[in-house]
Design a protein around this ligand. Sequence first.
Ligand SMILES: NC(=O)c1ccc[n+]([C@@H]2O[C@H](COP(=O)([O-])OP(=O)(O)OC[C@H]3O[C@@H](n4cnc5c(N)ncnc54)[C@H](OP(=O)(O)O)[C@@H]3O)[C@@H](O)[C@H]2O)c1
Length: 261
Amino acid sequence: MKSISVFGGNGFLGRAICKEAIQRGWTVNSVSRSGKPVQSNEPWVEKVNWVKGDVFQPKTYESVLKTSDAVVHSLGLIWENQDYKKLINLESSGASNPLKTLAQAFQVFTSSKGSNPMEKEVFNTYDGLNHQSAIVLAEAVAENLSDEWPKSFPFVYISADFKSPSPAEYLKSKQITEIELYEMQPQLRPIFMRPGFMYDENNPRNMRHDVKKILELIGKIDTKNLIGLPQTVSIQKVARSILDHVAEQGFVGPVNMDQMQ
Ligand SMILES: NC(=O)c1ccc[n+]([C@@H]2O[C@H](COP(=O)([O-])OP(=O)(O)OC[C@H]3O[C@@H](n4cnc5c(N)ncnc54)[C@H](OP(=O)(O)O)[C@@H]3O)[C@@H](O)[C@H]2O)c1
């Protein structure tokens, strides 16, 4: 049996990774500041070891690293103004009415304040959460490797589809992190997941599902993607792909969208 630790395991993608790993019979730890997710009574949730820890403070999770065979870093920001999380996690008015959801989305965007640079902290910037947190974690993993560990240690980083339209600083933070993690071989075996826009295939009432439908609708008209819209992929597919690549001895480097479908 394998043991995996998912940092951000109670987040949107993180939960799907934890659930998939439990279904495969793996031992699963989730590390995040709030620990166990509230409002969840699915049976797999009880099988996860929910640890409260801060990625920037390795002392809070070192014991978990010592018993892991693989680590996933699944935390980050797409926009530094975190109002977007409130927006994309909205429950929509129904999968059949994506336009009504768009109107709701517009309301959230127009009512939200821009990010105040004075309020920026390491935990809410691209460089802090997308880049530095991954390096802090990777260094903690490397320091805690047992002498008996025979091979490179699988370290999964959730990067981004560089072809998707995204803020330049966001993509830059992902790119820099990939480069620095790549240089941590052979101690680590870095795996870079590069998903486009992610949605939950089991939750059609979520705003992300509506956005996916709209993107696919436009894609039917703009078949050559001249507009340059992001490709979509479900968190379930990304989760399966992560665990497949962790299990594939010797796999290292990027996993692009076509490899996740
Ligand atoms: N969503 C997309 O469509 C998409 C597309 C491409 C790439 N990505 C990337 O995928 C990754 C996951 O995205 P997501 O949408 O699943 O994120 P999310 O739902 O916001 O989850 C973030 C997780 O990180 C944890 N976290 C935040 N700060 C932490 C800290 N200091 N220490 C420990 N845990 C911390 C949060 O839990 P606590 O608050 O409890 O700490 C939460 O579990 C990100 O790197 C993102 O850039 C997302």
